[in-house]
Design a protein around this ligand. Structure first.
Ligand code: GLN
Length: 483
């Protein structure tokens, strides 16, 4: 039963082959048995899950239907969940029980999804390896000595290991797409403003966006349908109608114009990944797509711009964790300054402290123009490159990451080496565009992802291309040995 996708689960539940309660029990037992190897969960919510599963079974018995009604999922541990620990992977929030549900959590619960637990993540979503979590590193089910990617590494490892069919995640600079690539999943970062950020603990507010991680594009469509939509509680949420994503999956790719940026195939890209990306292009050409070389000339400036803007916003967002209102408080503070200093010094891990310092520096008087303002100007150039490219093509295709998943600990002493791995994903966040990563093959037994980018609000186009690709390839069906 654990091999079923969301789409198959919906059919099985509708046909009364099994109940949501039975399925939930099977998956909870599987998590108890296998997750000690992976560390993909921070909290399990067995009681809530069983209660939600029973309620979903009653709703179905009363004639209700819906693709998510009775479907087991998990939430990245930065989505606030009423009365349940919401840690953001940090000691700072280890004792924090959210007083309300995030909009995404509330919407999915209303659709009948069953929450199995809260997944592990890099501390405050800062990282690409899921090694900065206060709760320990997550392992990649494809090779337990390698990282699963980050920051949504817990959601990715759990879904890849078939502990559950799908999970929520967030992407500030690649944290849905990069772990999807590292664990052979399909992950979608929606257009900025498509999914509500209300109750999603902020890292960098102008870049953060929630989205689905699943095994197939078909399942991403189902989960995104439950997450997307206007939310008056989030001032950056956009009031655009949500299309029927599942209905968009079956469009023909005849004449689809695919742009492949020449800058993507530079020296930094593993040549074996480049070959797999070219193979995926050939596959899409067979389905009728037309390929064209394009250029994104400002791409080289994206990493430095991102690593000014994201820490700057983080330094401001994380100022609320002061030991006074909620979260960790140091023992026996001497005075107020000591309370602030020690609560923050003891509550935040080294990567979070590094980013707060970099961000505060970039925003300080005298440096603001040189760093923050400059980075914002680069951000506009990156966006303009995409706007020009989308005048010529319908989607942009390339690698999701320059290398496959690295070994645990391999980049711990050199944070910049990890930042450089974000080169293909961060531009979509800077521009606010939707992006998807899907399985495209293997290098040394480790999965490789191909990334698709589309114009604003064209999530349906991304899901359509990915679904057609998945009907004609079987990379996404491969299962890691031992799971
Ligand atoms: N790796 C990037 C960072 O560390 C992106 C993380 C994310 O998308 N949350 O900032």
């Amino acid at each position: 039963m654990h091999q079923l996708t969301l789409a198959e689960i919906a059919r099985g539940l509708a046909d009364k082959k099994f109940s949501s309660e039975e399925l939930t029990k099977v998956l909870l037992a599987r998590i108890a048995q296998l997750d000690p190897q992976l560390n993909s969960f921070i909290s399990l919510t067995e009681d809530l899950a069983l209660q939600q599963a029973k309620a979903a079974d009653v709703r179905r018995a009363n004639g209700e239907s819906g693709a998510l009604l009775g479907a087991p999922i998990a939430h990245k541990d930065l989505f606030c969940t009423l009365g349940i620990r919401t840690s953001c992977g940090s000691k700072m929030l280890d004792n924090f029980k959210a007083p309300y549900d995030a909009t995404v959590v509330a919407k999915l619960a209303a659709a009948g999804a069953v929450t199995l637990g809260k997944t592990n993540m890099d501390e405050f979503a800062m990282g690409s390896a899921n090694e900065s979590s206060y709760y320990g590193a997550v392992k990649n089910p494809w090779n337990l000595e390698h990282v699963p990617g980050g920051s949504s590494g817990g959601s990715a490892a759990a879904v890849a290991a078939r502990l559950l069919p799908a999970a929520t995640a967030t992407d500030t600079g690649g944290s849905i797409r990069q772990p999807a690539a590292f664990t052979n999943l399909t992950g979608l970062k929606p257009t900025y403003g498509r999914v509500s950020r209300w109750g999603m603990i902020a890292y960098a507010s102008s870049l953060d966006q929630g989205g689905p991680l699943a095994r197939t594009a078909e399942d991403c469509a189902i989960l995104l349908q439950g997450m997307a939509g206007f939310d008056p509680k989030d001032s950056t949420s956009i009031d655009e109608p949500v299309p029927d994503y599942s209905a968009s999956l079956n469009g023909s790719l005849q004449g689809l114009r695919i742009g492949v940026p020449k800058e993507y195939f530079s020296a930094g890209l593993d040549p074996r990944i480049a070959e797999l990306i070219h193979n995926s292009v050939k596959e899409l050409e067979k389905l009728g797509a037309v390929v064209k070389e394009i250029s994104l000339p400002n791409m080289q400036h994206a990493i430095p711009a991102y690593y000014v803007i994201a820490p700057a916003e983080a330094s401001s967002n994380l100022s609320r964790f002061d030991g006074v209102r909620f979260g960790y408080r140091c023992e026996n503070p001497k005075d107020l300054t000591d309370l602030y200093k020690r609560s923050r010094g003891e509550g935040f891990g080294p990567e979070v402290q590094r980013r707060i310092m970099v961000g505060a520096y970039a925003l300080s008087a005298g440096y603001y123009d040189a760093y923050y303002l400059k980075a914002q100007k680069i951000r506009r150039l990156v966006k303009n490159d995409f706007m020009a490219a989308f005048n010529e093509v319908d989607i942009i295709l390339g690698p999701t990451t320059p290398n496959p998943a690295w070994k645990l600990g391999a980049k711990n002493s050199d944070p910049v080496a990890a930042y450089l791995e974000d080169v293909y994903t961060i531009t979509a966040n800077l521009a606010g565009l939707p992006g998807l990563s899907m399985p495209a093959g293997f290098v040394d037994g480790l999965p490789v992802g191909v990334q698709l980018l589309a114009p604003y609000f064209q999530e349906g186009r991304l899901l359509n291309v990915a679904h057609q690709y998945q009907l004609n390839t079987d990379w996404h069906t491969r299962t890691p040995t031992g799971f």
